[in-house]
Design a protein around this ligand. Structure first.
Ligand SMILES: [Zn+2]
Ligand SMILES: [Zn+2]
Length: 112
């Protein structure tokens, strides 16, 4: 669920010195995309991803915990990162709703 406060909280975290330090630390610990590496490809890390999206937090404290939890971080290349987010999007309620709407529209156009 997107709300303005959450967007602001997220920006506050991503703009913080602590997050930048942690992000750099993770990049140094895993300088290669973890997913590509699992497939035997060597691609430099270009994004630090949160396995549990910090947007799922119900409060700022929880968001902070998700953002700064080391085992919630994943080093990814741009390609894997955008793929993972595309896949996540299709699993959200919104994604399901869109698929359901499309199915309904198809049904209606077939039965006109
Ligand atoms: Zn990758
Ligand atoms: Zn991500």
């Amino acid at each position: 669920m997107k709300n303005p406060k959450q967007t602001k909280d997220k920006q506050r975290i991503y703009n913080s010195r602590e997050w930048r330090l942690l992000r750099d630390q993770k990049r140094r610990a895993n300088p290669l995309c973890e997913l590509c590496l699992a497939n035997g490809k060597v691609v430099p890390t270009q994004a630090i991803h949160h396995k549990i999206p910090i947007e799922t937090a119900q409060s700022f404290d929880e968001m902070m915990r998700l953002a700064f939890r080391w085992d919630n971080l994943q080093s990814l290349c741009y390609k894997c990162h955008s793929e993972i987010h595309q896949a996540m999007k299709s699993h959200t309620k919104e994604g399901h709703q869109k698929a359901a709407d499309a199915a309904l529209q198809r049904w209606i156009s077939r039965h006109k």
